[in-house]
Design a protein around this ligand. Structure first.
Ligand SMILES: Nc1ncnc2c1ncn2[C@@H]1O[C@H](COP(=O)(O)OP(=O)(O)O)[C@@H](O)[C@H]1O
Ligand SMILES: [Mg+2]
Length: 424
């Protein structure tokens, strides 16, 4: 069956496939209709032209050619619709008859005419007239009074092209409907993905709630006996101070390790259940200065602060202090001998961007990918909770965090936070 996100992704894929298939079917059938309409229009024009040509030939047989206006009269007679012009040429290309009397007697050089004469069968094609009109032409060789002529018929294609126009409209509608379908499909897919994301957030929140409860109980249960162990060890150290023969080292180890366990339980508690948001207004520059000052001093490490005071923001100061303390500690850990830690902060509209930059060891891609995972550490005495806590608190403060790093190139953590959370 797969997990839920997989199922959601699969549904999206199905939806896309159905949409693509529907699109292909609609476009294909519309294109087919369009093509059929085109050839049907062609056929009907051809039939119409052949019919006219046949009856014209018959009436020309009966008449003498002396009547110059013969063809014009036929057009104005109105028996046939859609005729653009009519002409009769002799083998030499001379215009014997024309519906436009001014063109009579004119000689026409036309390879198509020669083809029609040579083949002895009617030829048809489309032609652009000088008036920018597209017409359907039928060149029909005819025998009149034992001489060969060419009867040229030009038809306006638009009556026949009505069906083509309809097909074109249909094609347009199909494209429109398809675009609409895609729009609806994409909106559907997006809302489904959004719902899935929301569900994941809720699930995560529930998981953290249970985890927080467990961590609180555990921390409480561990803290008390831990306090006793540390207290007794310290008591023993005091007692035996007067006796130089006694080895104090094991007791000191006990004290150091219990301290470590205390930090771990505290970190775990913070990670699993961050205290609720208490937004207040404060100067971020001041907070940064305080955090940098609180960082245990190490010779060889220089600290730079790039911030123009006052940089007022409304957020949870304690949580921000926790974030900065963790990032500064990591930066300090990453510098082996000498290096610089830079903390910068600036406001960009409603967002405050804080950067913690170090010139330390940097991380390879694998470490960087795991750095925010709880309990991941590359340090012998690390808890692996520092960045997990940072990530979690940044989320609680409705911000985002990103990391840029490379081995030997140092690391840059960039945090974007809303400048003003609603105060309570
Ligand atoms: N500024 C940094 N430079 C290099 N590596 C870092 C930096 N910050 C974090 N890391 C890496 O990410 C790991 C996890 O950090 P963190 O969650 O704070 O746990 P911890 O500090 O206890 O190891 C560290 O062990 C280290 O490998
Ligand atoms: Mg750390």
């Amino acid at each position: 069956m797969g997990t839920r996100p997989e199922r959601v992704a699969r549904t999206s894929v199905y939806l896309l496939i159905i949409l693509a298939a529907a699109t292909a079917a609609v476009v294909f059938s519309s294109a087919l209709t369009y093509r059929n309409a085109l050839s049907a229009a062609d056929d009907s024009l051809k039939l119409q032209a052949l019919g006219i040509a046949a009856s014209l030939e018959a009436s020309l047989q009966r008449s003498d050619f002396a009547k110059e206006n013969l063809l014009r009269d036929i057009i104005s007679d109105g028996a046939w619709e859609g005729i653009a012009f009519l002409a009769l040429y002799d083998r030499g290309g001379r215009t014997v008859l024309h519906s436009n009397a001014r063109l009579l007697g004119r000689k026409v050089e036309d390879s198509r005419m020669q083809t029609a004469f040579a083949e002895g069968t009617p030829q048809h094609y489309y032609l652009m007239l000088g008036t920018d009109e597209r017409v359907f032409i039928l060149d029909a060789p005819v025998r009149l009074h034992s001489a060969e002529y060419l009867l040229r018929l030009a038809l306006h294609p638009y009556p026949a092209e009505n069906s083509v126009r309809q097909a074109r409209i249909q094609l347009g509608i199909s494209v429109g409907v398809t675009v609409m379908l895609w729009g609806i499909g994409l909106v559907l897919m997006r809302s489904q993905q959004r719902a899935e994301k929301l569900r994941q957030t809720i699930e995560e929140r529930e998981r953290f709630a249970v985890l927080g409860e467990m961590a609180a109980v555990l921390a409480h249960e561990i803290r008390n006996p831990l306090g006793s162990i540390k207290g007794f060890a310290q008591y023993l150290i005091e007692q035996q101070k007067t006796d130089p023969a006694r080895n104090q080292q094991p007791l000191e180890i006990i004290v150091a390790e219990t301290r470590r366990l205390e930090t771990l339980t505290e970190d775990l508690l913070v990670y699993a259940r961050p205290a609720e948001l208490k937004p207040s207004r404060f100067d971020l520059c001041e907070l940064i200065h305080a955090c940098v000052a609180a960082l245990p001093h190490r010779p060889g490490i220089a600290c730079d602060i790039d911030c123009i005071a006052p940089l007022l923001m409304t957020s949870d100061q304690d949580k921000l202090r926790q974030i900065l303390a963790n990032l500064l500690q990591n930066a300090s850990d990453a510098i082996e001998h000498e290096g610089t830690i830079t903390v910068s902060a600036a406001a960009a509209r409603d967002t405050i961007v804080i950067k913690v930059i170090d010139t330390g060891s940097g991380m390879d891609a694998d470490t960087a990918a795991k750095a925010f995972t709880p309990f991941f550490t590359s340090k012998t005495r690390g808890t692996g909770l520092g960045l997990a806590i940072v990530d979690r608190i940044v989320g609680v403060l409705r911000g985002t965090i990103s990391l840029e790093t490379a081995p030997g190139k140092g690391s840059t953590f960039t945090i974007s936070l809303p400048a003003h959370l609603p105060e309570r």
